[in-house]
Design a protein around this ligand. Structure first.
Ligand code: FAD
Ligand code: NAP
Length: 305
């Protein structure tokens, strides 16, 4: 029986594990892939205090390293379901059922799909959701980036080191991204913009993407443009399928907590991007994780009198 099982080894989960582990609790950090979460898909992080610039994989390594010292068990598995009735809670993976006194949900978020014709068909054949993973395959090509948030603008800049040109298509005439990222993108000669437009279809031959069909939402005009690759960054959806029946999410699926990271279920905490929150960043995930790890200790101390 674990004192706590933390589901998801992104920055939120790893920090919760650090705090709970340092409190001498019996902790399992359960992850279905590699530790680091979304940081593994990020080339440069320059808004994490203490580092002028650090790559996502390197920061992931630095966060994971100390956990062993505090006796955190690193388990591999995809959580399918959790049962939270009563003092003994169950975490059910594809292979086993684990028992625990408390749970920290830190499963983060996943990229959203556009849901247009050609997107699924050309996935990994010109359609990508990860510039860091796939950018180098697109040397000297004209690329399209879809979206106007931090991810779209930052990853468009990353792609310019490989691409001949990068065009950002956004559905409005103003970007949502942080000003510093916008300023850099506007100053980058390789980056072009198409405003007020949405992608209606991604087209290609039997091998890979060749073009996209765009629609101007102001004029209704439809046009076709040649691109060798399409990188889609249109936001995130919460990874809450495995806890959907617990009654702890809002209408969009984000988990609702108070400032102590407590959900409406006793002994069930949530941290990081999976929460209903304003700013989804590594720093805020780490802050949530610290609070959740500490609150697990407080919860168990109170439980055991
Ligand atoms: P995640 O990082 O999403 O980690 C969740 C983990 O849970 C994953 O490892 C996942 O595999 C695991 N998981 C999910 N479901 C299950 C399950 N059922 N069973 C087991 N494991 C599961 N933030 C910054 O501060 N600076 C940046 O420069 C920056 N750049 C970014 C660039 C991109 C392209 C993206 C996508 C995001 C970027 N962010 C950046 C945001 C930042 O990465 C996230 O806010 C942060 O990673 C959230 O951490 P998290 O631990 O809450 O979740
Ligand atoms: P986001 O901030 O939600 O932005 C999504 C963008 O996609 C928005 O511009 C949105 O348009 C657009 N969009 C949404 N649905 C669309 C659709 N169906 N068709 C066309 N466009 C659509 O998501 P994100 O950029 O992935 O960022 C997610 C989180 O990670 C944020 O909290 C962000 O701050 C963080 N992040 C931080 C950094 C950093 O700090 N350097 C880098 C990357 C990500 P509208 O603007 O019109 O809504």
């Amino acid at each position: 029986m674990y004192d706590t099982i933390i589901i998801g080894a992104g920055p939120a989960g790893m920090t919760a594990a650090l705090y709970a582990g340092r409190s001498n609790l019996k902790v399992a950090l359960l992850e279905r892939g590699i530790y680091g979460g979304q940081m593994q898909n990020t080339a440069d992080i320059e808004n994490y205090p203490g580092y002028a610039n650090i790559s996502g994989p390197e920061l992931s390594e630095k966060m994971f390293e100390p956990l062993e010292k505090f006796g955190v068990d690193h388990l591999f598995g995809q959580v399918l379901r959790v049962e939270t009735d009563g003092p003994v809670k169950k975490v059910i993976t594809e292979d086993e059922t684990l028992e625990t006194k408390s749970i920290v949900l830190a499963m983060g978020a996943k990229h959203r799909l556009l849901g247009i014709p050609g997107e699924a068909e050309y996935n990994s054949r010109g359609v990508s959701y990860c510039a860091v993973c796939d950018g180098a395959f697109f040397r000297d090509q004209d690329l399209l980036v879809v979206g106007g948030g931090d991810s779209a603008v930052e990853e468009a800049a990353f792609l310019t080191q490989f691409a001949k040109s990068v065009t950002i298509v956004h559905r409005r005439d103003k970007l949502r991204a942080q000003q510093v990222l916008q300023d850099r993108a506007f100053a980058n000669e390789k980056i072009n913009f198409i405003w007020d437009s949405v992608v209606e279809e991604i087209k290609g031959d039997d091998r890979k993407v060749q073009s996209v069909v765009l629609k101007n939402v102001q004029t209704g005009e439809v046009s076709e443009h040649a691109f060798g690759g399409v990188f889609i960054y249109v936001g995130l959806d919460p990874m809450t399928d495995s806890v959907a029946d617990l009654g702890i999410t809002d209408e969009a699926g984000w988990i609702v907590t108070n400032d102590l990271m407590e959900t409406s279920q006793a002994g069930v905490f949530a941290a990081g991007d999976i929460r209903q929150k304003y700013l989804r960043q590594v720093t805020t995930a780490v802050g949530d994780g610290a609070m959740a790890g500490q609150q697990v200790y407080n919860y168990l101390t109170a439980l055991e009198g």
